[in-house]
Design a protein around this ligand. Structure first.
Ligand code: PMV
Length: 356
């Protein structure tokens, strides 16, 4: 039995640090129980992460969940309710131990709450890893093998779709794709072994154009894809781009990688703009930064590209060898578009980490 069980009190604990991820081929549109309408692929990040620790203490069997939830040391009733609802929905299938254990959940992000960086991928994956770990300890296993991470990916997905991709190092694919062996709608897979080394050095400097919470949630955005007139063509396009991108990742073709990545970011926002009702998450600063990146690339021949999440902040992607030139360019020309000068310097990371 694992050492994390306190023999006297029978308390079990688990702590994991799990990263955020940035999609290159975007997941936008879903069906059924949080299943994607197209396959997506992401870089696993390094700095932007969530640390969660869970202490499970035995209690008399009860239908009602018993959870104390603290976010960065403070009780957060809104998050707490969300987690309660989520765990109730998966308890019978995955974690029957929740009927007879009280959970104390403590969670904190490495990036500021108000930074405009979505925390659902890192947060849900960290929680999923802790719960799978406790479940595993209860059943007397202590090996963090492929099936452990697969289950964590499934649980993370049920909490927040894109979180499925956060449990693997370097890059992940989530969603069935005919040319990607082992790909599946239920869970993500790690694909680092098929990736040219140049992509493992990639930086992602996240320029915070606005720290505001986004005005339309991603749940609402996914739902609007159901009536989007371009939806069918979009899912087909995502599949095609996935095939092209996989080839570029394998061969080290940074230019094709960059073209597809930028096209995907703009497609995501175009889909929002032609939803009914339409909406715009880009800000003026977002467009200025995008134009300046393209201009700098054309003039300098340095392979620096952008992508966007469902929000106005710009992820600036480039291989490590160009760090000095790109940082200079950002300081001279882009920093002025960052709210409070905020840029989060991140890079491709090693995936989740179990903490002592
Ligand atoms: O995981 P969700 O439901 O928050 O959706 C995320 C969607 C995007 O971030 C816009 C794209 C993606 O694939 O991560």
């Amino acid at each position: 039995m694992s050492k994390s069980i306190d023999q006297k009190s029978n308390k079990i604990n688990s702590s994991w640090k799990s990263p955020s991820n940035i999609a290159l081929i975007k997941y936008w549109g879903k069906h059924g129980r949080q299943l994607p309408n197209n396959a997506s692929i992401s870089f696993t990040l390094s700095h932007a992460s969530t640390t969660t620790s869970v202490i499970a203490s035995p209690r008399p069997i009860n239908d009602k969940l018993a959870i104390d939830f603290l976010f960065e040391g403070q009780s957060e009733p809104n998050f707490g309710r969300k987690i309660d609802k989520f765990l109730t929905s998966i308890r019978d299938e995955f974690f029957p131990f929740l009927y007879s254990y009280h959970l104390e959940i403590n969670t904190a992000n490495t990036f500021p709450h108000s930074s405009g960086i979505a925390s659902s991928a890192s947060g849900m994956s960290a929680l999923a890893l802790c719960l799978c770990d406790i479940d595993q300890q209860l059943s007397g296993q202590a090996e963090y093998n492929e099936s452990f991470f697969r289950k964590a990916s499934i649980i993370a997905r049920l909490g927040s779709g894109s979180a499925a991709r956060s449990v693997f190092p370097t890059m992940s694919v989530w969603g069935q794709h005919p040319q990607i062996l082992g790909s599946d709608d239920q869970f993500a897979i790690g694909i680092q072994q098929n990736i040219d080394p140049v992509f493992k050095t990639f930086h992602d400097d996240i320029l915070i154009v606005s720290e505001k919470q986004k005005s339309v949630s991603s749940t609402a955005g996914h739902n609007l894809m159901n009536n989007n007139p371009y939806a069918k063509a979009r899912y087909h396009q995502a599949g095609e781009r996935m095939s092209q991108l996989m080839k570029a990742l394998e061969s080290g073709d940074v230019e094709t990688f960059g073209k597809i990545t930028e096209d995907e970011a703009l497609t995501l926002h175009a889909l929002m703009m032609c939803s009914d009702p339409s909406y715009i998450l880009l800000e003026e600063g977002t467009l200025s930064v995008i134009k300046l990146i393209r201009q700098f690339r054309a003039e300098s021949n340095i392979p620096v590209y952008f992508t966007l999440d469902a929000g106005p902040n710009v992820h600036i992607l480039y291989p490590d060898q160009y760090t000095q030139q790109v940082e200079q360019f950002i300081a001279d020309h882009l920093q002025q578009y960052a709210q409070n000068g905020r840029i989060i310097k991140d890079f491709v990371g090693q995936g989740p980490e179990k903490l002592g």
